[in-house]
Design a protein around this ligand. Structure first.
Ligand SMILES: C[S@@+](CC[C@H](N)C(=O)[O-])C[C@H]1O[C@@H](n2cnc3c(N)ncnc32)[C@H](O)[C@@H]1O
Length: 266
């Protein structure tokens, strides 16, 4: 800490009332909960008084009813690991590269369709930070309700707006956005409204599981005069690390989807 600054960059910010924390009992057993000053009912544990950890550093221990929990500030992986799934979600490798293709960073205003289970919405809300905004469209009220639940559980409700809308029929709305990300069956039909709702220089990224969808999507980007169009597929291979026996895992997720990024220019 310097004399000029009152912020100590060597210490994490203390745990605040209202923020979402991870109560970690052991590897594979943890709970995502809002940090409340009063006793909180937590499914799987019972009623827990989290009040004593408010103002303490993340990582502090909380003994409770014969068990003990480490109280952590959740990582993005923790948030996605506690998701309640309805629709098929985008995998982390694809979600992180979609951020790159769409140029999403702190403070950005991003449109997303469809919301699905809200996995990508959480990744977007995490990336744009407290000064950014995500507007997420889905045509199904039940998926929207689940995605809203997941985003609130992750602590991002104040940076995400969910709207019920068939964007293939009615298009995106509410621009100008800095970026748009499309993960729905016919992204090509949304590309014209993405052009209308993304600012000049902003980017659009799409996720398409099949080559046929990819071709139609790129054709739509070209006919809407998008530039810097680039499509990729990412293959992730986990490694089994053993002393003297380190090798790739035998099992691999062979296919997820193809990612395309494009830039809206005049
Ligand atoms: C594969 S899921 C999206 C998953 C999401 N990216 C995630 O990571 O959780 C596709 C979503 O698109 C929505 N969808 C399909 N067609 C749509 C349309 N025309 N307008 C709006 N949403 C649509 C579906 O209801 C579904 O929730």
């Amino acid at each position: 800490m310097t004399e000029e600054s009152s912020v100590d960059f060597r210490r994490p910010a203390p745990l605040r009332e209202g923020e979402v924390v991870l109560l970690r009992q052991r590897e594979g057993l943890s709970y995502l909960v809002p940090l409340a000053a009063k006793p909180t009912a937590i499914e799987g544990i019972g009623v827990v008084d989290l009040g004593p950890v408010i103002g303490r550093d993340p990582g502090t221990m909380l003994p409770w009813a014969g068990a003990s929990f480490r109280v952590l500030r959740p990582s993005l992986a923790d948030l996605l690991g506690h998701l309640r799934r309805r629709a098929q979600i985008v995998t982390p490798k694809d979600a992180m590269y979609l951020l790159y293709l769409a140029g999403v960073g702190p403070g950005a205003r991003v449109a997303e369709a469809g919301s699905g289970s809200g996995a990508l919405t959480i990744v977007l809300a995490h990336a744009v930070g407290p000064d950014g905004r995500v507007v997420s469209f889905d045509r199904r009220a039940d998926f929207l309700a689940n995605a809203r639940h997941n985003v609130a559980a992750a602590g991002f409700a104040d940076r995400v707006e969910f709207l019920e809308r068939d964007v293939q029929a009615s298009g995106l709305d509410g621009g100008p956005f800095d970026a748009a990300i499309l993960d729905l069956p016919e992204p090509w039909s949304v590309v014209p409204s993405a052009r209308a709702n993304v600012r000049a220089g902003g980017r659009v990224a799409t996720y398409t599981p099949t080559y046929n969808q990819l071709e139609r999507t790129v054709r739509a980007f070209r006919s809407e005069r998008f530039e810097e169009i680039r499509s990729v597929e990412l293959l992730e291979r986990a490694l089994h690390v053993g002393e003297g026996g380190t090798r790739p895992d035998f099992d691999m997720l062979g296919h997820t989807g193809f990612l395309t990024g494009a830039r809206r220019m005049e």
